[in-house]
Design a binder for this molecule. Sequence first.
Ligand code: SF4
Ligand code: SF4
Length: 408
Amino acid sequence: MVPLASCRKAGEPATFLREHRERKSEGTEPVRFMDRPAFGRLLAELARRGYAVIGPTLRGGAIVLDHVEGLEDLPRGLGSRHGPGVYSLLRRDDDRLFGQAPGPDSAKRFLFPPRERLATVSRPGGRLTVDRAADGEPPRYAFVGLRACDLQAVLIQDRVFLGGPYRDEPYEARRDGAFFLAANCTDPGQTCFCTSTGTGPWCRAGFDVAVTEIDGGMVAEVGTAEGREVLDAAGAREASPDEIAASDRAVRQAADRIDRRPDLRGIGEVLYRNAGNPVWDEIAERCLACGNCTAVCPTCFCHDVVDTASITGQEAERSREWASCFSEEFTHVAGGSPIRASGASRYRQWLTHKFASWRDQFGVPGCVGCGRCVTWCPAGIDILEVLAAIRARDGERDHDERHRTAVR
Ligand code: SF4
Ligand code: SF4
């Protein structure tokens, strides 16, 4: 198990969020408009530039991120319904391409893959050789249709993997080559709460181009010089005042429809002083410790390092794999025993890290309000309900000392 790599006590301000790339167009760049054919040309231009274009697409009854060859691969006319432990697709009465809230995938699966080889060790002729070479050139991804919350999640993972004294080279290689065509959210899910975390629905940082889908096409904001180039290549024209007003209206209405407004004031201190609250036990009775919430969370970054040897003993491989703080194995420490033996203590660790100690480490919270952990929890556990219950029962004490392991 790897300690939380490159974590540091951040002396940085707790503002959201520093940008990975400098935006080159602030305030001076005309807003553009693309009709559907122009948007198709933009996708082709990204492929022509050597990007692997990754966008929302329908697979196995869900909208997931995958390779997109052209407009026909995007989920035209599909919407989505979300609730605690609930996800379904629905047919819209228009042909929008980005008319769904985010599915289970985020950029994390591509920039920080679930499993990757770190090194191969072999001993040809008895001589030990270590090969740390990556599997070929790092892919250059162009992400299409990521929402504001997911851009912020990438910026958070940048802090984790690149912000400390040790830079994570495999992550950096993929991250540096990536292009982001983001989509301002016009159709939030019922589990979203980005307006409360300050991370959406407008894309404010970390994009090359940000589009808003309206009737007839996309209104596009330039974020970087390369973003401008691909818009030019696609033949994007200057947007009319009516088109800009329609795009502003669409995102404002989306913000108004987000009715989950949790009280997050001082939530870190509330969690820190409630390590022994009985709510943790009550949640643990429902929690299956499946780790779904950590897998779908776009900011969760914990991982394990696993060594495997060939049956001949001539080769071994070291890989990195996603890990989850919900597994008991994750909490094993030197000497052999788990430091968080109960499900209650593991659930508490996850939530307290997200909303309290993450801020101590990285200067920002670990939650971007995407709602995925609520939608994809098979037990329908809703983190906002848990936070509200802890706040409502602030100071109650469970007298069972098993759960009193340190949370900081
Ligand atoms: S904790 Fe839940 S709502 Fe917050 S970023 Fe992770 S998956 Fe999204
Ligand atoms: S909170 Fe839900 S998704 Fe997370 S480990 Fe428990 S049952 Fe699984």
